[in-house]
Design a protein around this ligand. Structure first.
Ligand code: LLP
Length: 388
């Protein structure tokens, strides 16, 4: 839902562009903060979902930490003002350069994804005379019941250390003096809407936690990753997810020992609903069997529908619903690929060249996954309020 003054603002902007409702973002962050503080949980924002500077500033201001998956994300986090001791660095393929830079920045923790990586981080830390804090990313083999392209916690996925490797890991850690083993880390997938998945995750976390305790390891951190899904079908009615219900599950099912911290790495749930991709209709093609609306935005600006067959609600915000007839269109982009289609048989008010189309719930994994294919310009960003 866009207010008349925002619609006015849209008219004067070159399309396509990303629109961020920073007021909604702030309200979402506050809801998350209130719910997580209640249980003394620590939230790290998953940078990969959106590293737009205004978005990051808002997230830093609320006091969340940062979950980064590349050296550049770590650098960006520090630039924006995130405290290094609140930065975690994950990723299945960290390069030596990235590890060295993260060591220099004294980040909070490396989430380590393989036994070989443990050895490399230790070796690089030795050279610097430093001790690196690490958490083991363990593949819990829990099904996230989400799109198979964004499931990460199954044994068939490339992420994390498998449970059968844990004895070797525990043994290796005894001989890696420049590592400080502080915790265990999990992430089962993204866009998880069935909260029972998180209950199953908690059961696994407890099991693995106990396994380490029995072997004399005292863990400070239990990091359960992210993955909380949003409602792509009802961006206005369900603009803020039920953080309270989400965190409550972990409070009920995770067995924390005194002094232990539970960490989260939320991305999508914090930023998805505050972003929309605003595009203009370039052409309308009416055929015998199909009608096409051709937009000036395509897979270069928002790749999710093409990559994961993901649904994003689309609205013609120029034509008033109820005042014109409804027509089914295939809504497509200008890119030279047949797959460049946002939705088939989408019901719209009859559309015309110049109409503005909002593609909703595009704040997560939208702008960050944009590409320059076809030598396209980068879409700009527009905000309802600026933070600085
Ligand atoms: N932690 C780890 C280790 C992750 O791999 C991810 C996401 C997150 C946290 C944040 O997950 P979230 O809370 O945002 O679900 N491009 C895909 C999503 C890829 C997610 C990758 N990992 C999409 O557009 O749906």
């Amino acid at each position: 839902m866009f207010s008349p003054d925002i619609l006015q603002k849209f008219q004067s902007n070159e399309t396509p562009f990303y629109y961020y409702d920073l007021e909604l973002l702030n309200n979402t962050l506050k809801a998350c903060k209130t719910a997580s503080d209640k249980y003394d949980f620590h939230v790290h924002y998953a940078f990969k979902a959106n590293f737009n500077e205004e978005v990051l500033k808002a997230i830093n201001a609320i006091g969340f930490g940062a979950d980064c998956v590349s050296g550049n994300e770590v650098k960006k986090a520090i630039e924006v003002g995130f405290a290094p001791d609140k930065i975690v660095f994950a990723g299945v393929g960290k390069s030596d350069k990235e590890i060295n830079e993260a060591l220099d920045s004294n980040i909070f923790c490396f989430n380590v994804e393989s036994i070989q990586e443990l050895g490399i981080i230790n070796e690089l830390a030795v050279k610097k005379g430093k001790k690196a804090k690490i958490a083991l990313r363990i593949n819990p083999n829990v099904d996230a019941y989400t799109h198979h392209y964004i499931t990460t916690g199954l044994e068939e996925n490339k992420f994390g250390i498998n449970q059968w490797e844990l004895p070797t890991c525990a043994e290796a850690l005894k001989h890696l003096p420049n590592l400080e083993f502080i915790g265990i880390h999990f992430h089962v997938g993204s866009q998880i809407t069935n909260l029972d998945v998180f209950k199953s995750l908690c059961v696994k976390v407890n099991e693995i936690h106990n396994w380490f305790e029995e072997r004399g390891f005292r863990l400070r951190i239990l990091n359960v990753g992210g993955g909380l899904g949003v409602d792509y079908h009802h961006p206005d009615e369900k603009s803020i997810v039920d953080f309270e219900a989400y965190f409550k599950i972990f409070d009920q099912f995770i067995q924390r020992k005194a002094g232990q911290e539970v960490h989260f790495e939320l991305g999508r749930a914090l930023v998805a609903q505050c972003g929309s991709l605003i595009s203009r209709v370039l052409y309308v093609k009416n055929g015998l069997k199909k009608n096409f609306v051709i937009l000036d935005a395509g897979m270069t600006e928002l790749m999710r529908p093409m990559l994961y067959q993901a649904y994003h609600k689309m609205e013609n915000i120029t034509q008033k619903a109820g005042e014109t007839k409804i027509i089914k269109y295939d809504v497509v982009g200008p890119i030279c690929e047949s797959t460049d289609c946002f939705g088939k048989e989408v019901e719209f008010p009859e559309s015309h060249r110049g109409d503005l189309i909002a593609i909703r719930t595009a704040g997560a994994y939208g702008e960050v996954m944009a590409s320059g294919y076809n030598l396209r310009d980068r879409a700009k960003s527009v905000y309802n309020l600026k933070l600085s």
